[in-house]
Design a protein around this ligand. Structure first.
Ligand SMILES: [Zn+2]
Length: 84
């Protein structure tokens, strides 16, 4: 993790949603390739987005659903870590 990581993590949703400029997009992409912790965050966000899409056909998932999925992902990741 570098000092800049929180900045990148904050922009991951915009990155996934394609809301960044080409320049910002490239900057984050380069950072992700270079920084495993941020890449992990990115993969989790992608997974979260996919699960929400599958669970809810509407554009905006309810906040409660979002946080329950996020909790489940975190839980599963913790489980895996303990088994390893
Ligand atoms: Zn990083």
């Amino acid at each position: 993790m570098s000092d800049k990581c929180p900045e990148y993590v904050e922009r991951l949703y915009a990155y996934i949603d394609g809301e960044l400029t080409a320049e910002q997009y490239e900057e984050i992409k380069a950072h992700l390739l270079d920084c495993p912790p941020c890449l992990t965050e990115y993969e989790r966000d992608m997974l979260l987005k996919k699960l929400i899409k599958r669970a809810c056909a509407c554009e905006q998932a309810p906040e409660q659903l979002r946080s329950s999925i996020l909790t489940r992902i975190t839980y599963e990741r913790t489980e895996v870590r303990y088994e390893a």
